[in-house]
Design a protein around this ligand. Structure first.
Ligand code: IPM
Ligand code: MN
Length: 348
């Protein structure tokens, strides 16, 4: 028999509500011989106000013991911008070397998109997760004066680029269309851009079956709207990936259904799964949040831990649930009702 030892971080705002539904569906989908153990952690705004802590070394040691982490959302208007982002979320991604930030986009039947027609959208963005402009490598001089200068240096290492590019090639190789697009801005960012382009070409030689393609990030935003069907797997840097995955979510059902995995492929540290959306304090506590993104993140979690059947079951349940309900019914359902409906489907 197997077991899953899960760290659960509901966090702030709607995080609490959506994580409860994610766990409900997870319990329902697991076969009886798989034992699920969960331990809840109280990270987020409340803990920050009470103790001044965001994520301590002791916290990291505790989290390290688990098989995986399920996160709701962290962030609250009462905490200055950047404190929880850097002090919690990015700290955790960096400490656990989550260099593969996996963000699939699939437009499911019956799901509204702002795009004309009903284009085929089924691609996955592999966003680098530990480098680029996110490393905090910068500074300010003459702060607050008219002559202030601020730098925010993008850090790109051959090691870091190669491992994420190789991961993306392997993912493309495993998909039917076997296509990988590198997205960067190598016409302007000639240092980092050339590193990415050269590493991409080198690794491509190991994957002769994968068709490759390159787009500047600005052009990629055009095609994500005008021809999203052209994409299969995209690999890109941390900041470009942040931006294009919000766009990708917007065209493929919205952030209510956008899931993500912060993955440490070697398994040296636990990977973390979270909806792409934030804590949405404006609708928190009202049962209005869509837990689908969290439920789909649970599917990514199961797939990562080797429970492919359970992951596929959850994805099929979400697809069926969304295609069988009219728009009015979708809008009227509470967070809990959506979780219940999905739990019933995965169990049956
Ligand atoms: C995301 C978020 C984070 C990011 C923020 C909250 C630090 O936007 O997960 O996409 O920029 O990575
Ligand atoms: Mn983002």
């Amino acid at each position: 028999s197997h077991s899953i030892d899960l760290a659960v971080i509901p966090g702030d705002g709607i995080g609490q509500e959506v994580v409860a539904q994610g766990l409900k569906v997870l319990s329902a989908v697991l076969p009886e011989d798989v034992k699920l153990e969960t331990k809840e952690y109280d990270f987020g705004a409340k803990r920050y106000h009470a103790t001044g802590e965001t994520l301590t070394d002791a916290d990291l040691d505790a989290l390290k013991q688990h098989d995986a982490i399920l996160l709701g959302a962290i962030g609250d208007p009462s905490v200055p911008s950047g404190v929880l982002e850097r002090g919690f979320l990015l700290k955790l991604r960096f400490a656990f070397d989550h260099h593969v930030n996996l963000r699939p986009s699939k437009l499911l039947p019956g799901v509204a998109t702002p795009l004309a027609g009903q284009p085929e959208i089924d691609f996955v963005v592999v966003r680098e997760g530990t480098e680029g402009p996110y490393t905090g490598n910068g500074g300010t001089i003459r702060k607050g004066t008219e002559h202030e200068v601020a730098t925010e240096v993008s850090v790109n290492t051959a090691y870091g680029v190669e491992r994420v590019v190789r991961d993306a090639f392997a993912r493309a190789q495993a998909r039917p269309r076997k296509k990988l697009t590198l997205v960067h801005k190598n016409n302007v960012l000639t240092f980092a851009g050339h590193l990415w382009t050269n590493v991409f070409a080198k690794v491509a030689a190991e994957f002769p079956e994968v068709t490759t393609d390159y787009l500047h990030v600005d052009a990629a935003t055009i095609f994500l709207v005008t021809d999203p069907a052209r994409f299969d797997v995209i690999v890109t840097d941390n900041l470009f990936g942040d931006i294009i995955t919000d766009l990708a979510a917007a065209v493929s059902g919205g952030i209510g259904v956008a899931a993500s995995g912060n993955i440490n492929p070697s398994g040296e540290f636990p990977s973390m799964f979270e909806p792409v959306h934030g804590s949405a304090p404006d609708i928190a506590g009202q049962g209005k949040a869509d837990p689908t993104a969290t439920v789909l993140s649970v599917a990514l979690l199961l797939r990562h831990l080797g429970y492919e059947a359970g992951a596929a079951r959850i994805e099929a349940a979400v697809a069926a649930d969304l295609s069988e309900r009219g728009d009015a019914e979708k809008a009227a359902r509470t967070t809990d009702e959506i979780g219940d409906a999905l739990a019933v489907r995965v169990a049956s």
